[in-house]
Design a protein around this ligand. Structure first.
Ligand SMILES: [Zn+2]
Length: 256
């Protein structure tokens, strides 16, 4: 039994259900209540908790209805902008949900109050699980809407320092576009060309490109590779600092 169920919603959003115990679960960023209710019914699950990574509508729109229908608790990092929030979390806090220990990582960048959730390795999830919302995507990162490049770069560094095998589940499927973007900068990078083939195969089978892993992202995600000489050279920024390279990549991606 997979502990994580991935629910595509609203075009390119990804909602996650994490099962634990006999028939309990939590939901991450339920932007679409009917889609979640359908999965609860299909699998016979009881929703206990909602984890919100940030306040944007496409990540929170189902929250009020799901709380009304199930009596679940809503957890997030923004007391003012997350609807129906019960518990406000802060960096480093550990949530105990079922047998899972879930660490809150503050990751300002996409928004000021974005957080990620790290399920520490256990018997149920030996690799550990990371829910990244719109901070880290497979092959990309979120737009800088409320913070500067320095803040996002530091947040991404915090995620990259998690164990290599950690499974990465992000808030949107932008994987193909992200891969095409980095290949537009490094067209001869064999690792990336191979990765693009892999992504196309997964998508042609109707599969998901999540989960990725931390090591996969460190190897292929340009926003985590901004310190690498090869990428700096490809941008003509050999002498620039990593955060400057990161900012330039983000600017280019905004108009890609
Ligand atoms: Zn967002």
């Amino acid at each position: 039994m997979d502990s994580v169920i991935t629910i595509p919603a609203l075009g390119d959003n990804l909602i996650y259900i994490y099962r634990y115990g006999q028939s309990e679960c939590l939901a991450v960023d339920p932007g679409d209540s009917p889609a979640v209710l359908e999965v609860l019914k299909e699998y016979g699950l009881r929703l206990r908790t909602i984890l919100i990574t940030h306040h944007h509508y496409d990540h929170t729109a189902g929250t009020v209805e799901l709380k009304q229908r199930t009596g679940c608790t809503v957890i997030g990092g923004d007391p003012r902008r997350i609807p129906a929030i019960d518990t406000v979390v802060e960096n480093g806090q550990i949530l105990t949900i079922g047998d899972a220990r879930i660490q809150v990582l503050a990751t300002p960048g996409h928004t000021r109050t974005s957080v990620c959730y790290y399920v520490q390795p256990s018997e149920d999830s030996p690799s550990g699980i990371l829910w990244t919302g719109d901070t880290l995507f497979v092959g990309g990162c979120g737009r800088l809407l409320e913070c500067d490049a320095q803040a996002m770069w530091e947040s991404l560094g915090r995620l990259a320092s998690l164990p290599d095998e950690t499974l990465v589940y992000c808030g949107h499927d932008y994987t193909l576009e992200n891969c095409e973007f980095v290949l537009s900068i490094e067209p001869d990078n064999e690792v990336l060309k191979h990765r693009l083939d892999e992504i196309r195969q997964i998508q042609s089978r109707g599969g998901f490109t999540v989960p990725s892993t931390i090591v996969q992202e460190k190897m292929t995600n340009p926003f985590l590779r901004a310190g690498e000489p090869e990428l700096k050279a490809a941008l003509g920024m050999e002498c620039a600092r990593a955060v400057e390279v990161f900012a330039e990549l983000r600017r280019r991606k905004d108009v890609f």
